[in-house]
Design a protein around this ligand. Structure first.
Ligand code: NAD
Ligand code: IPM
Ligand code: MN
Length: 352
C-alpha cells in the first residue's frame, strides 16, 4: 500500500496529523508512506502550487490523503499559481471524476445540526459530484465588452461521455443503498443541464431497479433543508455539487465532519475533507479533524478494500462523539489533538 499525504495549507497539516495518528493505530498491511507539497506551502517552497515532484508522487502512490489548500496571501497571484490549482490540477491529472461525499446524521450530534432534530435525524444521502468538468474546467478569461467595459467569462459545458460515466457511478451506488437517484440540474435555463438530464434518462434505462427523479438546483437547495431525508443518491455537476455539499454539512452539524473520496474508476483515489484551509482558525489547534479522519477511512475502503478497518475507524469516531468529544465548531472546547485523542481511545475499545 503506497499512501501519499499532502497536508497543504492552513488547518490541513493540523487535521492530517490527527488522521495519521489514527491510521498508525490501526492494523494495516505494509504501508509505504510518501509525501508532497501542495498549495500555498508548495508555492512558497518551489514557486508552484503543484510542483512536478508532487505530481510524480501522485502517480506513484495508490491513494492520496489530502488536507486542504488555500492561502489568502496568494489570492492576488495569477490564477495558475494560486493554491487551489493544486487540488484542481490533481483532480484533472489523475482523472478523478467521481467525487463521493457521504452525508449521514450522527446521533450524538443531532443538536449540532442547523435543522430541527426530527429533520436532522432523517439524513442519509450520498452526494455524487462530477469533478472533472463543468464551468470549473472550461475556457475562462477576461475580455472587453463592445462598450469597452471589463468582462469576465467562464464557459460551462459537459460532453455526454462525462455525464454518462458519473451517471453510472450514481446508479451503481444507489443499488447498494435505497435505490433512488436524484439528479440535480438547472435544465430550465442551461443547455449544459438539458444534455445532463437527457443522458441521465438514457443511463437510467440500464438500471430499471433504481428510480430516477430530477430536481432543479434551487429547489434542491431548499429541499435539502426542508426534507433532506428524501434524498438517497444525489448526482450533480461540479459547481452545484460544491455548493450543495457545504450546505449539507451544516444539516449534519459542521463542515468539519464531511469526508470525501475523489475516484477515477480504476482504484486510485484522493481523499480529503470537504472543507478548506480555514485561515480564520489555522494555527490555533482548534480545527475539527474528524472530516479528515473519516476521509482516511474512506481511503481504506475505496482504494484498498479494507472495509473492516474503515468501519472500525468510523465507529470510533461515533464513539468519541458519544463520549462527549466536541471541538469548537461543535460547540465545545476540545482541541484538534484532544479530538484525535478521543478517537484513539475509542479505537482501543473498538479493537479490543
Ligand atoms: P473553509 O471551508 O476553509 O472555511 C469555512 C468556515 O468553516 C470557516 O469559518 C472555517 O473556520 C470553518 N471550518 C472549516 N473547516 C473546519 C474544521 N475542520 N473545523 C472547524 N471549523 C472549520 O472555506 P473558505 O473560508 O471559504 O475558504 C478558505 C480557503 O480554503 C480558500 O482559499 C478556499 O479556496 C480554500 N478551500 C480549499 C478546499 C480544498 O482544499 N479542497 C476546499 C474549500 C475551500
Ligand atoms: C472543494 C473546494 C474546491 C472546489 C476548491 C478549493 C477548488 O471548494 O473541494 O469543495 O471548488 O472544488
Ligand atoms: Mn467546496
Amino acid at each position: 500500500m503506497k499512501i501519499a499525504v499532502f497536508p497543504g495549507d492552513g488547518i490541513g497539516p493540523e487535521t492530517c496529523a490527527e488522521a495519521l495518528r489514527v491510521l498508525h493505530a490501526i492494523d494495516l498491511p505494509d504501508v509505504q508512506w510518501m509525501e508532497g507539497l501542495v498549495g500555498g506551502a508548495a508555492w512558497r517552497a518551489t514557486g508552484h502550487p503543484l510542483p512536478d515532484a508532487t505530481i510524480e508522487v501522485a502517480h506513484a502512490c495508490d491513494a492520496i490523503l489530502f488536507g486542504a489548500v488555500g492561502d489568502f496571501a496568494c489570492d492576488q497571484l495569477d490564477r495558475h499559481l494560486r493554491p487551489e490549482q493544486a487540488i484542481l490540477g490533481l483532480r484533472r491529472e489523475l482523472q478523478l471524476f467521481a467525487n463521493l461525499r457521504p452525508v449521514r446524521a450522527i446521533p450524538a450530534l443531532i443538536d449540532a445540526s442547523a435543522l430541527k432534530p426530527d429533520i436532522a435525524r432523517s439524513i442519509d444521502m450520498l452526494i455524487v459530484r462530477e469533478l472533472n468538468g463543468d464551468v470549473y474546467f472550461g475556457e475562462k478569461g477576461r475580455r472587453q465588452t463592445p462598450e469597452g467595459l471589463r468582462q469576465g467569462y467562464d464557459i460551462m459545458s459537459y460532453a455526454e461521455d462525462e455525464v454518462r460515466r458519473i451517471a453510472h457511478v450514481a446508479f451503481t451506488a444507489a443499488r447498494g443503498r435505497r435505490g433512488a437517484v436524484t439528479s440535480v440540474d438547472k435544465a430550465n435555463v442551461l443547455e449544459t443541464s438539458q444534455l445532463w438530464r437527457d443522458v441521465m434518462l438514457e443511463v437510467a434505462r440500464e438500471y430499471p431497479d433504481v428510480t430516477l427523479d430530477h430536481m432543479y438546483v434551487d429547489n434542491a437547495a431548499m429541499q435539502m433543508v426542508r426534507a433532506p431525508g428524501h434524498f438517497d443518491v444525489v448526482v450533480t455537476g461540479n459547481l452545484f455539487g460544491d455548493i450543495l455539499s457545504d450546505q449539507a454539512s451544516m444539516c449534519v452539524g459542521s463542515i468539519g465532519l464531511l469526508a470525501s473520496a475523489a475516484l477515477n474508476g480504476s482504484g486510485k483515489g484522493l481523499y480529503e475533507p470537504i472543507h478548506g484551509s480555514a485561515p480564520d482558525i489555522a494555527g490555533q489547534g482548534r480545527a475539527n479533524p474528524l472530516a479528515t479522519i473519516l476521509s482516511a477511512a474512506m481511503m481504506l475502503r475505496h482504494s484498498f478494500g479494507l472495509e473492516a478497518q474503515a468501519a472500525t475507524i468510523e465507529r470510533a469516531v461515533y464513539r468519541a462523539l458519544d463520549s462527549g468529544a466536541r471541538s469548537a465548531d461543535l460547540g465545545g472546547q476540545d482541541t484538534s489533538v484532544q479530538m484525535g485523542d478521543a478517537v484513539l481511545r475509542a479505537l482501543e475499545v473498538e479493537m479490543a
